[in-house]
Design a protein around this ligand. Structure first.
Ligand SMILES: C[S@@+](CC[C@H](N)C(=O)[O-])C[C@H]1O[C@@H](n2cnc3c(N)ncnc32)[C@H](O)[C@@H]1O
Length: 354
């Protein structure tokens, strides 16, 4: 089984290049307040907040900090915080973030942080132990590459031919059911989970799929490397970029179906979050800063997966091939800055454990 990712690019790189994900979290501020208000707090005031797919932690500090402020406002004392991600996440950076400026521990010195290095498609902590769960820009990652994929010219949900798209959507549906089943096991009765992830408005015409413009650019770079002999065509055809934006119907399906007796749907909706790289370009006209910033943002979340699925399958040095891929991105963005919009639709879903 090929894992979809081993995590983000480490050593502070993801934290330095994730202002879009930070904006996504900020766009959910009102939903976080509603989630905390809807949570049934344990009688002794002790609460556990879990952040699933926490990454290196800069954005995790911010969302957990907001959650702790809101929970303190409701009388919660001595909170525990569980930061959960893959075992291969950059946990050193997370530990450094916890003790640095910007840590929620500055304002909430009574809080205690725990790390849960386990994939979120299974239970990562004790049953019925989590009061409030959050997950930002993470649950759209697949657990693995869909089996038997053959996509000779595409990388993503938006461009996949129908039969291949069905395989991608089947993997995404099974992963999402696993994700929510594990959270249903972990949430306390009355506990609430808020997940923000990439979305799609599936029924509209034309369909909007978050990040489709960026994946078109990534696909052009990959195709060029195949033409140059750097990446084998058969490895590329068996690979999709393992992130799948969901529609409202797809996101709500497990809660309306197999998990209906355990989870209650409180909210499921789409919000457009502008790309900060395109906003800055419009304001300043600085194409060079746009091309390098948009590429660094992309590199931060995609490099490990691309290396595993594409760059380590050929004859060349995977690190050098990664450099080449992202240099191509900068070239193409500099030449045609208007051609590759990010066009996000963030999907947010809030559920409560019955
Ligand atoms: C784009 S980052 C988001 C980090 C942070 N939540 C934020 O908002 O900036 C996605 C995170 O999801 C994590 N992730 C991907 N697949 C995962 C899995 N199966 N289990 C746990 N974490 C996973 C990655 O390791 C990464 O840290």
């Amino acid at each position: 089984m090929t894992k979809a990712t081993t995590g983000m690019k480490g050593d502070g790189y993801y934290d330095a290049h994730s202002s879009f994900q930070s904006d996504v979290a900020a766009s959910g501020a009102a939903l976080l307040k509603q989630a905390v208000d809807a949570t049934r707090l344990p009688a002794d005031g002790g609460v556990t907040v879990a952040d699933y797919g926490c990454g290196e932690g800069k954005n995790s500090m911010a969302i957990v900090g907001s959650a702790l402020d809101l929970l303190a406002g409701r009388g919660a004392t001595e909170p525990s915080v569980l930061h959960s991600d893959l075992p291969t996440n950059d946990w050193d950076s997370l530990a450094a973030n916890l003790s640095g400026a910007g840590s929620y521990l500055e304002k909430h010195p009574n809080a205690r942080a725990l790390f849960a290095p386990r994939g979120f498609f299974e239970r990562v902590t004790a049953r019925a132990s989590v009061t409030l769960g959050t997950s930002g820009s993470a649950a759209h990652w697949l657990s693995r590459q869909p089996a038997g994929l053959h996509m000779p010219d595409a990388l993503y949900r938006s461009d996949a031919p129908p039969a291949e798209r069905d395989k991608i959507l089947a993997q995404a549906a099974s992963d999402w059911l696993d994700f929510l089943t594990a959270r249903a096991d972990e949430l306390q009765p009355g506990g609430v989970l808020l997940v923000q992830m990439l979305g799609s408005d599936g029924n509209a015409d034309p369909v909007r799929v978050s990040a489709a413009g960026l994946l078109k650019l990534m696909n052009e770079c990959a195709r060029q490397m195949i033409e140059d002999g750097d990446v084998p065509q058969d490895a590329y055809a068996a690979y999709c970029f393992p992130v799948v934006p969901r529609t409202i119907e797809e996101a709500a399906a497990p809660v309306n179906g197999p998990l209906a007796d355990r989870l209650e749907l409180l909210h499921c909706g789409l919000t457009a979050v502008p790309s900060p790289y395109h906003v800055a370009l419009e304001k300043t006209g600085d194409v060079e800063a746009f091309a390098t910033g948009y590429t660094a943002f992309t590199r931060a979340f995609s490099e490990t997966s691309l290396r595993q699925g594409l760059f380590s399958t050929g004859k060349g040095d995977p690190a050098a091939l990664a450099d080449r891929f992202f240099a191509l991105m900068v070239e193409k963005l500099t030449a045609n800055p208007g051609d590759y919009p990010f066009d996000d639709l963030t999907l947010a879903i809030t559920v409560r454990r019955r």
